[in-house]
Write a protein that binds this ligand. Structure first.
Ligand code: NAD
Length: 348
């Protein structure tokens, strides 16, 4: 397939780009290169003739029209977004601009291209979203997010993603645009921007700094290794049913405190020091409106498309720690960008 991937210089988008090229697809990576982007994430495919990069903003309709006209993609995989919950609390405007207005502009450009093409079945708009649109779950492990869980977003980030999901469904219902949607749990793995929880834990531990945990560390997340997410997304864009959404999860629920302790234990083995890295754990004031628990029921994607994650949380965390230990040049360059790690009260 020829795939137009938006946000392909970010964390998950770059994994999608690398996987797609490895699987023999052609990729046009469209990215505005915001603070969260890093073209080094796709350096391994940059010289591949099947890969092209376009620096453009998804709010720029004229630029999008040019990209559709020049590249005529078989599918759009839409990952470009403002993605950091803490930043959405401090400055929600950019989240409305990119996640809502940007998605609307991309939908309109895609619709014009699709209509102009005159091949109704032969195009896909795959919208990549988050489980945070469903709100917060009780601690009962039997209760999980399904595709039918009502939307109940609680942060500016999740509200903006919920709005974009609704727009995508409306463009399907109203205009017939062939869409598929995915809502995924928390990702982690290589190339994760150093302001997110897992990289902050690893890098602060290595630097001998406090390892910050919000509140009492009781919040539960369902962690998915990013390479598994990329694999799931390529499965859905090719074989997902048009008009349908799929929840993607790692089947790896963990309380933040247990996750952080597990990372410290891996570091204790890989890079021993006097005492344990867990001694650096520091509890900081909780995030406002912090959702208690997210957990995905992945029954649909498993039953319909036969997809399931390939690694356990323990395996994925070990791979991730190894990657950060081996890629200091990458993370040091990104740590110096403005605002990274500030809200957690500990500059990484
Ligand atoms: P990221 O912040 O690492 O990357 C986002 C990319 O989008 C960056 O390269 C950035 O430059 C680009 N971008 C931002 N605004 C843009 C604009 N206006 N025009 C063009 N490009 C723009 O994000 P991520 O963690 O890789 O997340 C990717 C997608 O997956 C997002 O839509 C996010 O909501 C969704 N998602 C993320 C997670 C997670 O755990 N990270 C989980 C589920 C879903």
């Amino acid at each position: 397939m020829k795939l137009l991937v938006t946000g392909g210089a970010g964390f998950i988008g770059s994994a999608v780009v690398r996987h797609a090229i490895a699987a023999g697809h052609q990729v046009v990576n469209l990215d505005a290169l915001t603070y969260a982007a890093c073209l080094d994430n796709v350096a391994s495919v940059a010289d591949n003739p099947a890969y092209a990069f376009v620096q453009a903003d998804i709010r720029d309709r004229a630029a999008l029209d040019r990209v559709f006209a020049e590249h005529a993609p078989d599918a759009v995989m839409h990952l470009a977004a403002e993605s950091h919950v803490d930043r959405s609390i401090d400055g929600p405007g950019a989240f409305i601009e990119t996640n809502v207005t940007g998605t609307y502009t991309l939908l309109e450009a895609a619709r014009a291209f699709w209509v102009g093409q005159g091949k109704p079945g032969a195009f896909r708009f795959h919208h990549i979203s988050t489980d945070e649109v469903f709100g917060s779950l009780p601690t009962d492990p039997a209760v999980k997010f399904t595709e039918d869980t009502p939307y109940d977003p609680r942060s500016p980030y999740s509200a903006s993603k919920a709005a974009s999901d609704h727009l995508v469904r409306a463009w399907h219902e109203t205009y017939g645009l062939p869409v598929v949607l995915t809502n995924c749990s928390n990702n982690y793995g290589p190339f994760h921007f150093p302001e997110k929880l897992i990289p902050v834990v690893i890098l602060n531990a290595l630097a001998g700094k406090p390892i910050p945990i919000y509140g009492a560390g009781e919040n539960v997340r369902d962690w998915l290794y990013v390479e598994d997410h990329a694999d799931a997304l390529l499965t859905v864009v090719q074989r997902g049913q048009v008009g349908r959404s799929y929840n993607i999860g790692g089947e790896n629920e963990a309380r933040n405190i247990d996750l952080v302790r597990a990372i410290c234990a891996i570091l204790d083995t890989k890079k021993p020091k006097t005492g344990s890295y867990a001694d650096q754990i520091t509890f900081v004031t909780d995030r406002p409106g912090h959702d208690a628990r997210y957990a995905i029921d992945p029954a649909r994607i498993r039953a319909e498309l036969g997809w399931r994650p390939s690694v356990t949380l323990e395996q994925g965390l070990e791979k991730t720690v190894d990657w950060y230990l081996a890629n200091e040049v990458w993370w040091r360059a990104l740590q110096s960008r403005a605002g990274v790690g500030e809200r957690l009260g500990v500059k990484a």
